[in-house]
Design a protein around this ligand. Structure first.
Ligand code: UT7
Length: 327
């Protein structure tokens, strides 16, 4: 049975930097409030008309180059986003066409912040079962165009940013790679963090005024569940492989809020230095956050061959997931 290794990583952030002071021109907010509550100092927003598949292109190119393969070598695309350019088809099809991939399959994942880890689990299975040789898994978001810029949008609006990350998962004989993935969902909390429209339950699909097109988040409830589910799902991955806190080289959490990572570190008694963080630069990039982190951590020398790494995420659904990787 082949092993599923991450052989290439890539990321792309649009160049436009939006600081907290910039956000305070839109909302009644402040740099002090945003930094204290979330750790975010700035985020990136697109300029002009771009979709997640556009942001994904440079990230995928970087990942292919690192993996030493070409588009023709790729057997499957898996694309995670909550901000697709269309109601349908999914962003994976747009990426496939824009990059000129062969007519390979393109699967779209709708698990929001947890989407990338869900996508990785699909790649893991196809590779380990010997079906495919190379799979590209993407997380990409354009959220700046979807935020509610009215006064009541401030809590959610200051948190999110645009960006893309990608990995190549390849079949190898060398033991290691993605050892396991652990997926969870609890749909009874679906409405606590959601974009309710457009909806197929009635016509018109959008309510007058379009408020339902913006994200609703019960921030405190989401925070409370995240603080429980992150440690739980990280431990699930550790226990599966009998890893102790000391065995772990790096935890890559979804970048939702620096305070959540600090809380998880405290609960698990793992030093904060083992938690990768870049939320201060990019805000919450949802499905893109973990692959951006992996690509940056790799380039900063924080991920080395043989390292034991846990990816973990929590978000809308509620969904939560982890992956244990021996790099
Ligand atoms: O990626 C998906 C997963 N998402 C998450 O994990 C997010 C989880 N939740 C959170 O990170 C936090 O709940 C937030 C950062 C969203 C909010 O922090 P909080 O400490 O829970 O604040 P809060 O919503 O309880 O609001 C506290 C106060 C309120 O004022 P009053 O009622 O105390 O007078 C809000 O109106 O802060 C006010 N507020 C703001 N003030 C300045 C809310 N948003 C803002 C803002 N600027 N942007």
């Amino acid at each position: 049975m082949p092993y599923a290794h991450i052989t290439g990583t890539g990321f792309y952030l649009p160049p436009k930097v939006v600081t907290n002071d910039d956000m305070s021109k839109i909302y009644d907010t402040s740099d002090e409030w945003i930094v204290e509550r979330s750790g975010i100092k700035e985020r990136r927003f697109i300029e002009g008309e771009l979709g997640p598949s556009d942001l994904a292109i440079p990230a995928v190119e970087m990942a292919l180059e690192e993996a030493g393969i070409t588009k023709e070598d790729v057997d499957l695309l898996v694309f995670a986003t909550l901000s697709p350019e269309c109601w349908f088809p999914g962003s994976g099809c747009f990426l496939q066409a824009k990059m000129g991939f062969p007519n390979i399959g393109a699967i779209d994942i709708r698990q929001q912040c947890t989407g990338f880890v869900y996508g990785l689990s699909i790649a893991e299975q196809y590779i380990k079962n010997g079906v495919f040789q190379h799979i590209v898994v993407v997380g990409a978001e354009v959220q700046s165009t979807t935020i509610d810029t009215s006064p009541e949008g401030r809590t959610v609006g200051v948190l999110f940013g645009d960006g893309a990350g990608a990995v190549v998962v390849s079949a190898k004989d060398t033991p290691g790679g993605i050892l396991s993935t652990h997926l969870h969902a609890q749909g009874k909390y679906a409405k606590e963090l959601c974009v309710p429209e457009p909806t197929s339950t009635r016509n018109p699909k959008v309510s007058p005024g379009g408020k339902g097109l913006h994200a609703y988040m019960n921030g405190r409830e989401v925070f409370r569940h995240a603080a429980t589910r992150f440690p739980e799902v990280i431990r699930e991955a550790m226990e599966k492989h009998h890893w102790s806190n000391d065995d772990i080289d790096l935890i890559v959490p979804h970048q939702a809020n620096l305070r959540i990572s600090q809380k998880v570190a405290e609960i698990m008694n793992i030093p904060m230095e083992k938690f990768f963080s870049n939320i201060h630069k990019y805000g919450n990039t949802t499905a893109a956050s973990i692959p951006i982190c992996i690509a940056e951590a790799k380039r900063e020398g924080k991920i080395k061959p043989g390292d034991k790494i846990i990816l973990a995420s929590f978000g809308s659904g509620f969904t939560w997931a982890s992956a244990a990787i021996q790099w």
